[in-house]
Ligand binder design. Sequence first.
Ligand code: AMP
Ligand code: ZN
Length: 469
Amino acid sequence: MKLYNTLTRQVEEFVPYDVNEVKMYTCGPTVYHYAHIGNLRTYIFEDILERTLNYIGYPVNRVMNITDVGHLSSDSDSGEDKMVKGAQREHKSVLEIAEFYTQAFLQDMDDLHIKRPKTICKATDYIDMYLKIIDVLMEKGYAYQSGGNVYFDVTKLDDYYALTNHKADDMVVGVREGVEEDSCKRNQADFALWFTKSKFEDQELKWDSKYGTGYPGWHIECSGISIANLGEYLDIHCGGVDNIFPHHTNEIAQSEAYLGHKWCNYWCHGEHLNDSTGKMSKSKGEFLTLSLLKEKGYNPLAYRLFCLESHYRKQLVFSYENLDRVASTYEKLVRKVQALQQDTTGELQMDLYQIYQRRFQEALEQDLNTANALTVLYDVLKEDKLNSVTKIALIENFETVLSLGLFKSKETVIDTELEAYIQEKIKERILAKQNKDYALADQIRQELLEQGIVLKDTRAGTLYEIEKR
Ligand code: AMP
Ligand code: ZN
């Protein structure tokens, strides 16, 4: 298995510490808002990586965090706190919005067939671990207290910038851009491990510590959760490219200073999904969520296919035109596979099966070349020499990685008449609620429920699910 390693800037052979348990850590969402489909592209890439490792025989122990405290909106330590901002926006408590958006995120993962990591941890559950790391960093002289906060001194390390391809001076300028300098720091590249002197007076979540009542910096959370769950030696750490600096750079600094040895061997980063204006954002323009795509009638798995058609290390531009093209490919794929399922005559052609299975695996082993893996799928569907039984067996095998829901019942193909009917009922119900006719609104919900259609009121509007019977 070959993987591109950001740390060495090369494609390398993947060799885990222990072949019986690949230890993988993936940075999770900051639950102050819905994930946008760019964020979800990164989670799809990580899912493909985990499934590929499983496919070639490695059991994976994967951990993901849920950031419910301390993530600042700027990459510097002096930006605004995203969770506090989210709570203010919605006039709710930080814990309420964390809970709401965690559930929304898990729903997105399920809709996209992203396997849930074995362990998902909330940042607020590991405060003791962060403080334990901070104590050791203080003892060893890597951390210092200043102006009420605790900072990591990056000059104590020989190679703080190892993960980035930049010179130290460039990175420091990057950190400073548009951000007030924090006069408490010894060096501007230093980062906060523990805040007490916060400019967020309304910060709700605070914990007592010997450094004062406060809360953790963002970076310490991933080091703490990873080491607590996966131990001192990590095989793979993933995230989007924006995480390389400062987040992952700081994770390496504090983890290795704490442990006293190298921490993680492979650093894998997914490139961004951009919209036509450039970087995808939660604040400008149309906020592209999976719920929005669903509302517009797209099957989430068509978006999964959209992502798999390009390499995870290439930037991808989202447009509805491109998604429409992939959605139509997706529907054709589902129809073809379902048609194949009707014909189950013939014996498995083992020789041919092995040839195609090998080709599929080789594509994935080349740094997750999902586009080539999909080509093998299309070739299988086209190949006249393969009988239906062999085709089905191969596609079932490929589906353990691709997970495109190709074998699902026809419900996955959007039925336009049914869709129009449900949307009409949703409109009637909204009108009933506006007229304060709650009895009618409940009656509409009940009528749909009796037909197996479950309505869900979300911030993105009323969504529905069709129950499998
Ligand atoms: P956040 O919730 O902001 O912490 O981001 C969650 C994940 O999405 C991180 O791994 C980011 O690196 C990644 N990410 C952020 N923006 C994009 C984007 N436009 N395309 C792909 N991944 C992204
Ligand atoms: Zn992280």
